[in-house]
Design a protein around this ligand. Structure first.
Ligand code: PMP
Ligand code: GLN
Length: 378
């Protein structure tokens, strides 16, 4: 048997969460909230299950939910998305990413990926015989030099994968970035996979720059979102993708044989829950408070904090504490100091001279407070 993914290992998130459990360490590694989801939302799921909504949803998803998504997107980005032809409900952002890649990528196609990159992109591209063309961005700014992107384009470039705000760098793209990308795309036929699962987690009054808000980008993009991040329910594995109708038609040809459709009662519950826009408009403030609590708490420690403009992650530089590489240091920290984090090297295909760990602050106050105490002992 010849593996299609010979060098792919168990994901760093599973590895570090398992290590955290083994050593009874505080888990700031894998990105997930450790506080409860809304009781009102859970009651709605319960209601729809009891009412008998327990059979297959339509392939593209429940229309009630697609209509709420179209409304939310119109409000946030001032664009009109057709709920019947331009939205599909998926099993988390992950399935939306994978199915988009399956829809587009043929052997030999090139896919531009910015590193540090979320771990799902490369293997998904490689399963379909595509070649990843990485562009490395480095701390502290992780700024994109758009001339490098232009230079990386070839006639074989089929897709550019963007993750904004970015996991793990916590950087949010600016209007200038989006305009530069748009002008580059005008010279190419490439598509864009815009992973915007952290769209609501943007801080300090910054506005999220969705690909949907830029007409040329919108016409070429598959925009991916996750209800796991929106509703603090990563275990429900619910998300969606938005794309122009003719692209969505192709996406759905794959989707119907990939999962066919996803959880019916949860879709109905989310559709009701999103009718109250306060149920998502509070998110930037909610997570900014957690970010600030962690940032303030780490002041005076030997860790240097980087800027977190979005996502629920904060990067810290430990170069004043240890010379170990990131994986070795993250493992030592879990074993000896009982705090699990993610080594940023896991998001790069080639080594980079950095000593950074990613901390997830989607945690309750008590967990963050105990993490701060542990990190002050370093
Ligand atoms: N993209 C990014 C950048 C992510 O961080 C994650 C998961 N946290 C996903 C996609 C996957 O989302 P989901 O959990 O909804 O599958
Ligand atoms: N996206 C989550 C993170 O970055 C992990 C999701 C997963 O474990 N696949 O931590």
């Amino acid at each position: 048997f010849k593996s299609k993914l010979p060098i792919t290992a168990v994901s760093i998130f599973s590895q570090m969460s398992a290590l955290a459990e083994k050593h009874q360490a505080l888990n700031l590694s894998q990105g997930f909230p450790n506080y409860p989801a809304s009781a009102e939302l859970i009651a709605l799921v319960d209601k729809y299950m009891r009412k008998g909504y327990n059979q297959y949803a339509p392939m593209a998803g429940m229309l009630a939910l697609r209509e709420q998504i179209a409304k939310k997107v119109a409000k946030l980005y001032d664009v009109s998305i057709h709920p019947e032809t331009e939205i599909t409900i998926t099993a988390g952002g992950t399935q939306a990413l994978f199915t988009t890649i399956a829809t587009l990528i043929r052997p030999g196609d090139e896919v531009i990926v910015f590193e540090p990159a979320y771990d799902a992109y490369r293997p998904s591209v490689e399963v379909f015989g595509g070649n990843v063309v990485p562009i490395q961005l480095t701390a502290p700014t992780f700024a994109i030099n758009w001339d490098d992107v232009r230079a990386a384009l070839t006639p074989r470039t089929k897709l550019l994968i963007l993750n904004n705000p970015n996991n793990p760098s916590a950087k949010a793209l600016s209007v200038q970035d989006m305009e530069a990308l748009q002008s580059i795309l005008a010279e190419s036929n490439a598509f864009v996979l815009s992973d915007e699962v952290y769209e609501h987690l943007v801080f300090d009054g910054l506005a999220h720059q969705s690909a949907l808000a830029y007409p040329l980008l919108k016409s070429r993009s598959f925009v991916v979102a996750s209800f796991g991040k929106l509703l603090h329910t990563t275990g429900w594995k619910m998300g969606y993708v938005i794309a122009p109708a003719e692209l969505m038609k192709e996406f759905q040809k794959v989707h119907q044989f990939n999962v066919f459709s996803v959880n019916t009662p949860i879709q109905l519950a989310i559709a009701d829950y999103l009718k109250n826009e306060e149920h998502y408009l509070y998110l930037p403030q909610f997570f900014q408070e957690k970010r600030d609590y962690l940032l303030d708490g780490l002041r005076g420690s030997r860790l240097q904090t980087l800027t977190s403009e979005g996502t629920y992650f904060l990067l810290v530089d430990y170069s004043r504490i240890s010379d170990l590489n990131e994986l070795a240091f993250a493992e030592q920290l879990t074993r000896e100091n009982k705090l699990a984090s993610i080594p940023v090297s896991a998001f790069y295909s080639k080594p980079v001279e950095q000593q950074l760990l990613r901390l997830c602050f989607a945690k309750d106050q008590d967990t963050l407070s105990r993490a701060i105490d542990l990190l002050h002992t370093l």
